[in-house]
Ligand binder design. Structure first.
Ligand code: NAD
Ligand code: 89Y
Length: 336
């Protein structure tokens, strides 16, 4: 049994606790939070007796194999460094790090410790996105030449995650990071990008709209567009995808409808994620992907395999985030 210590008992960590409760071959045996009320509430809800207010102490004293870091980004570097020092494997929430320099140091430390480091970059693990990836890899549309990966919503994310309203960076760092990662998974690495951003909601500090144009080394041109200022039939938290290829087109439409047009034929599939017993609409899509990424992480630990969304892999996603902010600042085209 893989013994997991969870750090950070906040808004999102409940999903991680639920996912671990279902995971085969792994279980949470200790939890940690600096906030005593949150620690007590999580411990009581999931029946975890080993509770710590200090992560380094938990890593030293609890008998663990893995830490699951579910805190916000400022604590990620010290916590991953402490995991490396304690010789523990780690899965760390996105955004992985505040800077690329931090991220590289974290990856290097875990490599030196010989431990597996995964980033909890779960959007590409959503089952509708997996269905698109599979169709693309099977050649459903031939060679892709254009893609659009889109997330547009007016959902109130600030009530659950108030820090999103006060951080100077908002949508690219918080949500766009997932959408850029999906674009990488679909079309490969990026040679150049340009981005523009806007803040529509006057009550928040950062940008809530971002449009990013990317040239991929594979020859695909893609557009990643994100908004939390879009008022329409609410699709939160669905990522919509369009791909044009030499042999056909593919659309992941609202309502998790996958439409593939090829040679005059149309194939339509329902790729809606299952509603897990503990999940709640509309979050069930994200919640299922938490369970899926944890299952892959435990399989990687068992097999000694490098995860698809490893710390090292995530450096390229973080580089896109940084490049998008740099481009938006001075309207330049940037090489990530
Ligand atoms: P939160 O603020 O609600 O919870 C974070 C908790 O961590 C708090 O209770 C805080 O006291 C604790 N904490 C912070 N530093 C600590 C430390 N050094 N030691 C012990 N405890 C510490 O945050 P949240 O909304 O749950 O978000 C957590 C992370 O999850 C963020 O990075 C966010 O971007 C990410 N997130 C990911 C998804 C996803 O789909 N992958 C969705 C939502 C949030
Ligand atoms: O924090 C974000 C994430 O990772 O997924 C959706 C979210 O909760 C709000 O944008």
């Amino acid at each position: 049994m893989i013994k997991v210590g969870l750090i950070g008992c906040g808004f999102f960590a409940v999903n991680q606790m639920q996912g671990w409760a279902d995971a085969e071959g792994a279980c949470v045996t200790a939890i940690c939070d600096r906030d005593p009320d949150r620690l007590a509430a999580m411990g009581a809800r999931f029946g975890i007796a080993q509770r710590y207010d200090d992560a380094a102490r938990m890593m030293r004293e609890a008998d663990l194999d893995v830490v699951d870091i579910a805190t916000t980004v400022p604590s990620h570097r010290p916590l991953v460094m402490a995991a490396a020092e304690a010789g523990l494997h780690a899965i760390c929430q996105k955004p992985f790090a505040e800077t690329l320099e931090d991220a590289r140091a974290m990856v290097d430390a875990m490599d030196r410790a010989g431990r597996i480091l995964m980033v909890h970059e779960n959007f590409r693990w959503q089952s509708p996105v997996r269905a698109v990836l599979a169709a693309l890899r099977e050649g459903a549309v031939g060679r892709p030449f254009f893609g659009r990966v889109s997330f547009r919503s007016g959902y109130d994310v600030f009530s659950g995650q108030p820090y999103l309203a006060t951080d100077p960076r908002f949508i690219i760092q918080d949500l766009g990071i997932h959408i850029l990662d999906i674009a990488r998974a679909l079309f490969g690495e990026v040679d150049r990008l340009s981005a523009s951003t806007a803040r529509i909601n006057p009550a928040i500090r950062g940008e809530d709209v971002a449009t990013i144009l990317m040239d991929h080394a594979s020859g695909v041109t893609s557009v990643v567009d994100c908004s939390y200022a879009t008022r329409r039939d609410e699709t939160f938290p669905q990522t919509l995808i369009e791909i044009d290829g030499t042999e056909g087109t593919l659309r992941l439409e609202a309502g998790y409808r996958l439409v593939i047009d090829r040679g005059g034929d149309r194939q339509v599939r329902d790729v809606a994620p299952p509603l897990l017993p503990w999940a709640e609409r509309p979050w069930h899509n994200i919640q299922e992907s938490v369970a899926l990424i944890q299952q892959d992480f435990t399989a990687c630990l068992r097999e000694g395999r490098v995860p698809e969304t490893s710390g090292r892999d995530n450096l390229a996603t973080l580089a896109l985030v940084e490049a998008a902010y740099a481009s938006a600042r001075d309207s330049s085209r940037v090489r990530p």
